[in-house]
Design a protein around this ligand. Structure first.
Ligand code: ATP
Length: 649
């Protein structure tokens, strides 16, 4: 059985190196068997002697004018010398299996023939190409079979096709066609290093440390998203006396303080309360708006909900459904909307009087006493952003022949950084179903309500557009904002004719719409940038899962060969090396950085060596991360194959 095949080489006894004979490196290929390099004959030296030229170079010493690069020298000096540990060369099973290069495949290993009919003699192609700056050592086709074999060997050692089998988009062919179709000939197939974190664009192009108009700075964005998750998982307050279940929704949590001394505002003529609830069928949170004591007279009132449930717009809170219920011990009407965790109304954000602060007086060194909050003027850019977003939402609704009917500071929610959405859509349509009104008139009302909202936001006062405040508010807007804002507010609030439309407003503010689009696209780039940074999060989990599958399988508990020899033994010792280290006092070392460093190196398959010590401390193994990676791939492959065989049987 494949699982139990005995490894070719395993443990090395720890012995005194001086007592051991020096081991010889494997003999190199006899260069005299190869043709002599013509460069040496013609020029007396070959520039490419150490750079891939496969011909023989009899006098090796001073003839190469090209000094060896430090990195090359270094990599040679750091190459494992088996003598150093006085041990035979360790060849793990998986490695040994792939050590013999497979027959060269034309598709992958033969260098593409780039030269058309008038090809210069093969031996001189290198110089020609060099003079043209396109030198490719592997296109030096004098002994193509030899080069191809070398490439095949290199290829096999660097890259194992099977590890990408599950990822068609990472497949070697896909990569080649994606990256190299128009490129000049390649010497080696370079797989995408998908185990490496891809560098994100320079901070000077995508500034993730600072707030963008629609996206917070990277750290603040993460914090906000964490807080949202926390909010979604908040449990209902004890003694809230809410129904356990409501038409397929459970775990109701009120989103506003109710009862006690809290003054309740009315939704039209009715009291309403908003809850977050979890829908049983999909386990997701939704916002439930309950209208208390409302008796629905006609089922046809819900027809508007059907229309609203089909409207999708980034500035409208989507409508899911509506139903009546007696679960609250009254006749309640419930509207279900999309839930946006941590959303706040524009009233709460900008207009609500804030609690008094003492900060100013402390700063001036005077005795602290409470200072009333003075509302701050909302920046013009923010006002324009709100205007464009609300206009866009209104346009969508008017285009489908509906009216929003509720554009108010208490019904527009701030759901993200400068992102607003109109909430409670469809509610008035149901509540006022019996009062028939012309849709054109309702759409004109939308514009007027929009104008009032603009006055309220610019002047920090919900009654800014009312009779006695109107002139003062207009002056205030004139002093604090550009004339364009004032014009837009006047256009919306004025009793225009029936031709006043949202399209006219959009024409007036075209330049601001473009600005908003720029910011939205920049926000998109920022989010892609953030996503790129998170893309490879799963790779260490994948590795740990493989460890979990391989280590200590109970069905092999009585089979010492499963874990005590071969690849599995190396994996077991490596697992000890990562997780089970102890300090000099025998206490466990719990060092997460060590774990992450080891797993990252393992995933990358680096050439760095580690010494793995047997549990009895009588023997050790010196293996590279690359070899351990191959052991894991091989052991996991055995398991994966066995699992599919069982299924087939
Ligand atoms: N879809 C939603 N997703 C998340 N939170 C919401 C949603 N709809 C409303 N809320 C939150 O519920 C709370 C109450 O909303 P509501 O519309 O009742 O506002 P209000 O200021 O209490 O107005 P009202 O006078 O109508 O009671 C607000 O804090 C709002 O942020």
């Amino acid at each position: 059985m494949a699982f139990f095949s005995r490894p070719q080489s395993t443990a090395i006894r720890i012995v005194d190196p001086s007592t051991q004979d020096e081991l010889k490196s494997p003999p190199k290929k006899d260069s005299t068997q190869r043709k002599q390099c013509r460069n040496v004959l013609i020029h007396g030296f070959c520039k490419f002697q150490d750079k891939g030229c496969v011909y023989s170079h009899p006098s090796a010493e001073p003839q190469s004018p090209v000094p060896q690069s430090p990195s090359l020298q270094e990599s040679r000096s750091t190459t494992l010398k088996p003598q150093a540990v006085n041990a035979p060369i360790f060849v793990p099973k998986a490695f040994a299996a792939t050590a013999t290069p497979p027959p060269p495949s034309a598709e992958h290993h033969t260098p593409p023939d780039t030269t058309p009919s008038a090809t210069p003699p093969a031996d001189y192609q290198g110089f020609e190409a060099l003079s043209q700056g396109t030198y490719n050592p592997y296109a030096y086709t004098g002994e193509e079979g030899d080069v191809t074999a070398q490439m095949a060997q290199l290829d096999t050692n660097f890259y194992d096709d099977s590890q990408y089998a599950g990822y068609p988009e990472y497949g070697a062919n896909a990569l080649e066609s994606a990256y190299y179709t128009t490129a000049p000939p390649v010497y080696l197939r370079q797989p995408l290093d998908y185990h490496l974190y891809t560098p994100t664009p320079s901070a000077s192009f995508v500034a993730s440390a600072a707030d963008a108009h629609f996206v917070l700075a990277s750290s603040a964005l993460r914090e906000a998203l964490q807080k949202r998750s926390e909010t979604i998982r908040q449990i209902p307050p004890i003694g809230s006396n809410l129904p356990d279940e409501l038409q397929g929704y459970h775990t109701l949590v009120p989103l506003e303080t109710v009862g006690g001394t809290v003054e309740r505002r009315k939704f039209g003529n009715w009291y309403s309360t908003v809850y977050r609830a979890i829908r049983s069928s999909d386990g997701l949170p939704y916002a439930l708006r309950r209208i208390e004591n409302y008796r629905l007279m006609h089922q046809s009132a819900f027809s508007a909900i059907e229309i609203w449930s089909n409207i999708r717009h980034p500035n409208i809170i989507s409508v899911k459904e509506a139903f009546t219920t007696r679960s609250f011990n009254d006749n309640s009407l419930v509207f279900v909307h999309a839930y946006h965790a941590d959303a706040q109304t524009l009233f709460d954000v900008h207009l609500k009087p804030k609690p008094p602060t003492m900060q100013t007086h402390f700063q001036h060194g005077r005795s602290p006493h409470l200072q009333a909050h003075h509302p701050t003027v909302i920046p013009e850019r923010t006002i324009w952003s709100y205007i464009v977003q609300i206009s866009s939402a209104i346009k969508k609704v008017h285009d489908v022949g509906q009216a929003v009917r509720m554009i108010d500071v208490s019904k527009i929610l701030l759901t993200g950084h400068n992102r607003i959405r109109i909430s409670a859509c469809g509610v008035i349509d149901v509540l006022m179903h019996d009062t028939h009104q012309d849709i054109g008139v309702l759409q004109q009302d939308d514009l007027t309500m929009f104008g009032r909202l603009l006055f309220a936001l610019c002047c920090n006062n919900v009654t800014a557009s009312s009779g006695q405040n109107f002139q003062k508010s207009l002056d205030f807007i004139g002093r604090n904002y550009t004339p364009e804002i004032k014009n837009a507010a006047l256009f919306l609030i004025s009793k225009g004719g029936p031709h006043r439309s949202i399209d006219q407003l959009l024409d007036m503010i075209r330049s601001k719409v473009i600005l908003e689009m720029e910011d939205a696209l920049n926000g998109n780039d920022r989010l892609e940038h953030e996503l790129l940074g998170e893309l490879e999060n799963a790779r260490l989990v994948r590795l740990l899962c493989k460890f979990g599958f391989i280590n200590e399988r109970p069905e092999f508990a009585r089979e010492p060969r499963w874990s005590e020899t071969g690849d599995r033994y190396i994996i077991k010792l490596f697992r000890d090396y990562i997780f089970h280290q102890v300090d000099e006092h025998g206490n466990p070392v719990v060092n997460l950085s060590h774990v992450l460093v080891c797993l990252n190196k393992l995933d990358a398959g680096t050439d760095e060596k580690v010494m793995l010590i047997a549990r009895d401390e009588q023997s050790c193994l010196v293996v590279s991360y690359k070899e351990i990676k191959q052991c894991i791939e091989s052991a996991f492959g055995d398991l994966a194959r066995a699992s599919t065989q069982t299924k087939r049987a």
